[in-house]
Design a protein around this ligand. Structure first.
Ligand SMILES: NC(=O)c1ccc[n+]([C@@H]2O[C@H](COP(=O)([O-])OP(=O)(O)OC[C@H]3O[C@@H](n4cnc5c(N)ncnc54)[C@H](OP(=O)(O)O)[C@@H]3O)[C@@H](O)[C@H]2O)c1
Length: 274
């Protein structure tokens, strides 16, 4: 029997990609789920797939790209204790900074940074030291390891998530709560289309992982209370090797691997610019 059986898990960004795969993985281990995202229909489909394995599942439609989104979500989700909190929702915006729509950048920071911090705070505050084992997971990116041209705001948001979560992990050492940062590399999800990206070089395409593989690694890392985990050997190698080269070179290399933004590939699915 998994030690996650009977725990109640909140998963943000559960309507697709890594979040949906994490939800299925938690359901398979006997956790009950609170799944959230904006797209109600997709969320319902993920919930149904999780229920098929016997899990109890609630869904909450919430937009975390808005100033009060995290507070509303927490109010709805925390009627009963949350034991596992997975801050996975996030999006990228692949554009030169001066061509970027300022509203999309503001929404990105709200979702990837501000809402993630607020949910982390509410989760940690709600868990007293005698409330039993609890797990916080924040999803960053290998983009957290260097600056990334044309992903300037996104990569910086993920550097924030990494530094924030690692500091939290250290603060919480010795308490029943662990904080784990997951830094996926390229993963086959809707992320790339939603970012207006995908015109990648050979290496980026070759090293893409599946959402299921990333989800399995995420849950294993969480159970072990790891500090930071980078899924995939090539991704680990790339994050490790940036320590050996000048920061300017690492940034240039990241730009080369991602290719140029395509004018016709407009980012989709943000709330700000509809
Ligand atoms: N795929 C990659 O290559 C990759 C690499 C490194 C890190 N990551 C990170 O992994 C995480 C998951 O991304 P993914 O690859 O699984 O992409 P995805 O399939 O596009 O999933 C993103 C999730 O975030 C939700 N979301 C987006 N905007 C939201 C908003 N305003 N409010 C609430 N939820 C919102 C989406 O749901 P709705 O649209 O239904 O709201 C969706 O469920 C993100 O944090 C991303 O930065 C991805």
């Amino acid at each position: 029997m998994s030690e996650l059986a009977g725990k109640r898990a909140l998963v943000t960004g559960a309507s697709s990609g890594i979040g949906a795969a994490v939800a299925r993985e938690l359901a398979a281990r006997g956790a009950s789920l609170v799944l959230t995202a904006r797209r109600e229909q997709l969320l319902a489909e993920v919930a149904e797939a999780c229920r098929a394995t016997g899990a109890a599942v609630e869904t909450i439609v919430a937009d975390l790209g808005t100033a009060d989104g995290a507070a509303r979500l927490w109010a709805a989700a925390s009627a009963r204790p949350v034991d596992i909190c997975i801050n996975n929702a996030g999006f990228g915006y692949f554009r030169a900074f001066r061509d970027a729509d300022v509203r999309r950048d503001a929404e990105l920071l709200q979702l990837n940074v501000t809402s993630l911090v607020e949910i982390s705070r509410r989760f940690v505050e709600a868990r007293g030291d005698d409330a039993g084992r609890a797990y916080l997971v924040n999803v960053a990116s290998i983009g957290a390891y260097q600056s990334v041209p044309n992903f300037a705001v996104y990569a910086a948001s993920k550097a924030f998530v990494r530094n924030f979560t690692e500091a939290l992990h250290d603060e919480l050492r010795g308490s029943p709560i662990s904080a784990t940062c997951i830094c996926p590399g390229g993963t086959r999800t809707e992320f790339h289309g939603a970012a207006g990206a995908g015109n990648y070089g050979w290496l980026a395409n070759k090293t893409m992982m599946t959402a299921e593989a990333v989800a399995k690694i995420t849950i294993r890392a969480m159970e072990k209370g790891k500090r930071t985990v980078i899924p995939g050997v090539m991704n680990k190698l790339s994050c490790w090797s940036v320590r050996l080269v000048p920061r300017r070179f690492a940034s240039w290399m990241a730009g080369r691997v991602l290719g140029k933004p395509r004018r016709e590939a407009l980012p989709t699915r943000t709330s700000a610019a509809s």
